[in-house]
Write a protein that binds this ligand. Structure first.
Ligand code: PEP
Ligand code: MN
Length: 337
């Protein structure tokens, strides 16, 4: 971090600001120009809020020269993180294939989809029990009953389950029953919820917010990690752009960018990105080719009658076709299933 002082700051004020920096456990390096003086701060500045110095009347601006995140930063953790979800690994060459309906509708529905998805090669089962819907009049999910259905299907089929937590109210219940806790796009910056996730010992799938920058998204992962839970997987699910033909715009660049900036696994959700079932296959294949550590795909046995997101759901036969091709691409890019 560097602190640029206003032109002609007195020696007395330079020393005063320098002492404030030192009081926070950092060393300083002073660069004196003809008019301007810059204080370079040496040490771990990730925990220091630049605004502490910006309010000083002698300070012109404060700039971070390092990223503001540490635990998620690849610079401090060069090897890929591998997250273990009840025995299923994601990251560092292990591909996670998460499949299932948008919402849990009934035991029979989830069971049929889970059996088919597993036969195709899926290694994790998704299904929303608590649904974040834009309209309060839309189906809100079966809640705790939906969670119990997922658990019953896990017993029957043997796939670990992934489902979205929206409120800290159900934290203990999720910690007890869910294998991978999903934090949805709308809650990516629900900082109170993120901080609570340090208290669970289950891994977290953190979706990208609707219009979050990479740094905002990584900072949300940092919240979870700093609170004590380092098992975080990032999930790109499309972002808001000016384009309205598709539900969102899939930012595939997020895969190499996040791999460069962080050591966390990156999963792509092509279903919520495009919002159309026929976009899922090409985007899923492109994601694996780009180095994604996994895919989250919505699969429904009767999409026409789905209570949520039928238009973007693949029928089990289409999912099967997709995974057959994904396996070939995975081999080329050195990923194991
Ligand atoms: C979902 O996966 O069911 C979901 C609601 O996704 P997102 O939070 O990405 O919109
Ligand atoms: Mn959905």
């Amino acid at each position: 971090m560097i602190i640029v002082l206003k032109p002609n700051t007195s020696e007395e004020n330079i020393t005063r600001v320098e002492n404030q920096v030192k009081a926070r456990g950092l060393d300083t390096h002073i660069v004196r120009g003809t008019e301007m003086t810059i204080i370079g701060c040496i040490g771990d500045t990730t925990l220091i809020d630049p605004r502490l110095f910006e309010v000083d009347s002698c300070v012109d601006k404060v700039m971070h020269v390092q990223e503001p995140y540490k635990l998620a930063n690849r610079a401090f953790h060069p090897e890929d993180s591998v997250v273990d979800i009840a025995g299923v690994k994601i990251g560092g060459g292990h591909l996670g294939l998460i499949a299932g309906p948008c919402s849990v509708e009934s035991y029979e529905q989830v069971l049929e989809i889970a059996k088919a998805a597993k036969a195709s090669g899926a290694n994790l089962l998704r299904g929303g029990a608590f649904k974040p819907r834009t309209s309060p009049y839309s189906f809100q999910g079966l809640g705790v009953e939906g969670l119990d259905i997922l658990c019953a299907v896990r017993e029957e089929v043997g796939l670990p389950i992934v489902t979205e937590l929206m409120s800290p109210q159900y934290l203990d219940l999720f910690n007890e029953k869910v294998d991978l806790i999903q934090i949805g796009a709308r809650n990516m910056q629900n900082f109170d919820l993120l901080k609570q996730l340090g208290q669970v010992d289950k891994p977290i799938l953190l979706k990208r917010g609707l219009n979050a920058t990479y740094e905002e998204w990584i900072m949300s992962a940092e919240y979870i990690m700093a609170s004590g839970n380092e098992n975080v997987i990032l999930c790109e699910r499309g972002i808001r752009t000016f384009e309205t033909y598709t539900r969102n715009t899939l930012d595939l660049q997020s895969v190499p960018v996040l791999h460069k900036k962080t050591h966390l696994p990156v999963v792509i959700d092509p279903s919520h990105a495009g919002g159309k079932w026929w976009l899922v296959e090409p985007m899923a294949k492109a994601a694996v080719a780009a180095g994604a550590d996994g895919l989250m795909v919505e699969v429904h046995n009767n999409p026409e009658c789905a209570l949520c997101d039928g238009a973007q759901s693949l029928k089990p036969e289409k999912y099967d076709e997709l995974i057959r091709q994904v396996k070939q691409i995975a081999e080329v890019v050195g990923k194991t299933l």
